[in-house]
Design a protein around this ligand. Sequence first.
Ligand SMILES: CC(C)(COP(=O)(O)OP(=O)(O)OC[C@H]1O[C@@H](n2cnc3c(N)ncnc32)[C@H](O)[C@@H]1OP(=O)(O)O)[C@@H](O)C(=O)NCCC(=O)NCCS
Length: 180
Amino acid sequence: MPSVQSDFSLRAGVQGDVEAIGAVTRDAFRDHPHSRQTEALIIDALRVAGALSLSLVAERMERIVGHITFSPVTITGGASGWYALGPLAVAPEAQGAGVGTALVWQGLRHLRQQGAAGCVALGEPAYYGRFGFRSTPALRLKGAPAGCFLARPFVRVVPLGSVSYHAAFDLADPADWSFP
Ligand SMILES: CC(C)(COP(=O)(O)OP(=O)(O)OC[C@H]1O[C@@H](n2cnc3c(N)ncnc32)[C@H](O)[C@@H]1OP(=O)(O)O)[C@@H](O)C(=O)NCCC(=O)NCCS
């Protein structure tokens, strides 16, 4: 088992966290090979549009060291209750200590408790697979690299359709979205 420090806590992001969330997101993605550095802008655009369905921060010694974003998606055919995970960011100095894992599990738990039908993510299957995300032929995202568009249903039947993220994500092309 990897050693995991649990000297951090999670809570919902609030208005006073906006700058710190932007900073932690920019720091996390600064050297990311696929990043176009639009992640913090996407979060801001979601917030302004009222589409930040869930924003969770991880705090260590009263400093925000991680953040996870969930926003609504639409699916052709009209299935409702689906959300997108991401951007997800952990400050470089806080990585590898379980913060990202805790944010993902807590976010999924919250969505499920709120009656969500499922969650999608665009990213590395080796990372998101540990949370139950799988590539499925039922759900497609235009432009996504093969095998990297993943779904984590909370319902038994996964809807069939093409998924659209919120317009805030138009700041980045799916082919360029950052992977963990
Ligand atoms: C990806 C990220 C959120 C992980 O957060 P973290 O707090 O470091 O993650 P945790 O400590 O909870 O978990 C680390 C585990 O994830 C694994 N992991 C991290 N990146 C991975 C990747 N690209 N592919 C597969 N596994 C990966 C680690 O190997 C480690 O595995 P272990 O538990 O078996 O040792 C963080 O590294 C980060 O912010 N990266 C830059 C931004 C990014 O890529 N965001 C996600 C895309 S939206």
